[in-house]
Design a protein. Structure first.
Length: 394
């Protein structure tokens, strides 16, 4: 094998992995190359690219079903779905702004990371739209689970397991998705000047309402003024109705402005891609928490680290950018999250930091043992993306 492997099809992918398994050669899995900085440092003997597995193998708009090989560029999938008035509703994050990376995101990398955007609060995550997957495990065996229709899985649901495994259980070769229609109209309600607690109170009430809020984000602009956003989508008549109801419900407490058209699209692209923190190498943390704990976490992070904060997913997701690389700051993030029962993942950091700190949130002992047992079943020699999630000795 060469140092850079590019299988032409799934069969050859299987052959490459089988050979690597037999020779105990570790593999770094590469899609579009836009997310290679995610996770712990991966030191692999060879790289294996899925660039040639780049075909949309089935698209049936009437059945709301799309099947694509792992190396298909996401922009191609968007274009194909848009031609039939459809989309992947979980709007996956594009990490190029965060990492200043080049290339094009692929659908395989999106599934491997279970990457989901602001609409997560309404429709669910990437894995909730997956209905089938094909992959090659760490021994080179081709495995299929699920299919091309909903509710077709019996036994262990490997479809859900593979989403978020970051290539450590197997190399995804093909995925099947449920698609959804693009709504007729989208608009955003903007409220300025709220503090974090007021924003969380607003999110809690709005997301619990029957008005189907599909995005809820809060952050400070460069001028220090806070902006809080609620997104509404649907048929034109539905959006008009919801807009009036929301205004009636909240206008007595807040002054509401409307963002729509191109400004609306650009706004949610910016929020989805965390573009507020682009063009920087400063450490960036992704924190998952109960929304009611978000203001407390923000206060403590600012007090201990001076972090800049963004709330998304109605406060369930916090993006926190540190002002500098500092071991004390990393310790503070982990401590604050532990005290508030939140999970913290270090998304952007230098290799120097990653050499000392596991970037993924530490798992409880029993969960870690279970995860290790599962990984060993799928990849006995730990040759696939070694140490990306959990540090392994080979």
């Amino acid at each position: 094998m060469s140092d850079y492997l590019t299988p032409q099809n799934e069969k050859q992918l299987s052959e490459f992995v089988t050979s690597a398994y037999n020779d105990n050669i570790s593999l770094r899995i590469v899609g579009g190359g836009t997310r290679l900085k995610i996770g712990n440092i991966v030191k692999a003997d060879k790289q294996i690219s899925l660039a040639k597995l780049n075909k949309i193998t089935l698209y049936e708009p009437g059945a709301l079903t799309l099947v694509a090989q792992a190396g298909v560029k996401y922009k191609e999938i968007e274009k194909t779905l848009k031609s039939a008035g459809q989309r992947l509703a979980f709007e996956p994050i594009d990490h190029r702004d965060i990492f200043s990376s080049s290339g094009e995101p692929t659908i395989g990398s999106i599934v491997a990371g279970n990457f989901s955007g602001p609409r997560r609060v309404r429709v669910g995550a990437c894995r909730d739209f997956l209905i089938g997957v094909r992959f090659v495990n760490g021994e080179g065996k081709i495995i299929k689970n699920g299919g091309r229709v909903m509710k077709n899985v019996t036994g262990l649901d490997l479809v859900k397991l593979m989403a978020g495994s970051f290539g450590t259980l197997g190399i995804i070769s093909e995925v099947s998705f449920k698609t959804l229609p693009i709504p007729q109209r989208e608009l955003t309600l903007l409220i300025e000047g709220l503090n974090s607690q007021q924003a969380i109170d607003l999110f809690s009430e709005a997301l619990a309402s029957p008005y189907e809020i599909s995005g809820a984000s809060h952050f400070s602009e460069n001028n220090g003024k806070t902006k809080t956003y609620l997104r509404v989508e649907g048929f034109d008549s539905q959006v008009n109705y919801r807009l009036e109801k929301i205004k009636k419900t909240f206008s007595s407490n807040y002054e509401i402005d409307i963002v729509d058209g191109v400004k609306h699209d650009n706004l949610w692209k910016k929020i989805r891609n965390v573009a507020m923190f682009k063009g920087s190498n400063k450490p960036l943390w992704r924190i998952l928490t109960k929304p009611t704990n978000a203001p407390q976490i923000e206060r403590e992070l600012i007090d201990k680290t001076g972090a800049k904060i963004i709330f998304d997913w109605g406060g369930s997701l916090i993006w926190a950018q540190m002002e500098e690389e500092n071991n004390a700051h990393s310790d503070a993030v982990r401590y604050i999250c532990a005290q508030n029962k939140a999970q913290s993942n270090l998304i952007r950091a230098s290799d120097k930091v990653k050499e000392k700190l596991d970037v993924f949130h530490p798992q409880p002992e029993m969960v870690a043992k279970l995860s290790n047992c599962i990984r060993k079943k799928f990849d006995p020699k730990s040759i696939l993306n070694p140490s990306l999630i959990f540090r392994v000795e080979r």
